[in-house]
Write a protein that binds this ligand. Sequence first.
Ligand SMILES: NC(=O)C1=CN([C@@H]2O[C@H](COP(=O)(O)OP(=O)(O)OC[C@H]3O[C@@H](n4cnc5c(N)ncnc54)[C@H](O)[C@@H]3O)[C@@H](O)[C@H]2O)C=CC1
Ligand SMILES: O=C1O[C@H](COP(=O)(O)O)[C@@H](O)[C@H](O)[C@H]1O
Length: 252
Amino acid sequence: MAQSVLLTGAAGRVGQAVLGDLADEHEWRLMDRDPPTDDHPGEFVVGDVTDEETVREAMEGIDVVIHLAGDPRPEAPWDSVLTNNIDGTQTVLEAAANAGVEKVAFASSNHAVGAYETEERTPEMYQPHDDYLLDGTELPRPGNLYGVSKAAGESLGRYYHDEHGLSVVCVRIGNLTQGHPPIDYERGQAMWLSYRDCAHLFDRCIRAEYDYEIVYGISDNDRKYYSIDRAREVLGYEPRDNSAHHDDDSSA
Ligand SMILES: NC(=O)C1=CN([C@@H]2O[C@H](COP(=O)(O)OP(=O)(O)OC[C@H]3O[C@@H](n4cnc5c(N)ncnc54)[C@H](O)[C@@H]3O)[C@@H](O)[C@H]2O)C=CC1
Ligand SMILES: O=C1O[C@H](COP(=O)(O)O)[C@@H](O)[C@H](O)[C@H]1O
């Protein structure tokens, strides 16, 4: 059944990957502080996710929120991640809880756990012979303030699940790259997320039933240091791409 989905950060890369495959699958309300530049499904709300009134209005009649809006730069300064990522996420979760929204999928990041990539473990952990694996049960360990903001978003999700009953899934997205895995970048190849796997993963976040979850959002890459078992079990995620098998299939 089509669900009514609010997609924040809709004008960005992840938003475009999601809409690229799912435009006809759900009833969309899109939100971004940047106005749309192209055709888009559903209505488009131009506004900031830190603006309580705009977010409250955007939440009306919504079943599921995919919250992508934020500053995605690993080197982003504190004032930006504090406002856009932490305050923005709290504003979205509060409005979702008040509006009776069922589920929220939050775009977390590999950078919430970036400091597990220690000098002792790298570059081996990026390579096929290494079996080091994070599975989402480990504590956050950010290596930058952007990662701190994503860890804070995960904690906010935990709070709004426990205290307000929202179903929340935090997707620690790896490296979304269109058409092919990152070139000459072992780390990025190990955490590659293709566009079609990204759309499929967020589709599963819309359709599946869960309480509070942290999953990794990467393709089924031969070498991976993030487990996708939990995403498979809880969400029914079945990725089709693998950075090791990539054959220039532009559908990825
Ligand atoms: N692209 C990737 O590989 C990864 C992305 N992520 C996360 O996924 C989300 C989306 O990332 P991308 O699409 O790559 O970034 P992007 O920069 O392409 O898109 C982000 C969108 O959010 C909007 N936005 C930012 N702050 C806003 C605010 N305060 N109010 C309303 N709209 C706002 C921007 O206008 C932009 O359209 C981010 O939260 C990012 O941290 C996480 C891990 C990897
Ligand atoms: O969270 C994010 O991670 C990806 C991959 O990280 P990188 O350190 O390999 O660049 C990054 O491309 C993206 O912009 C960011 O939001």
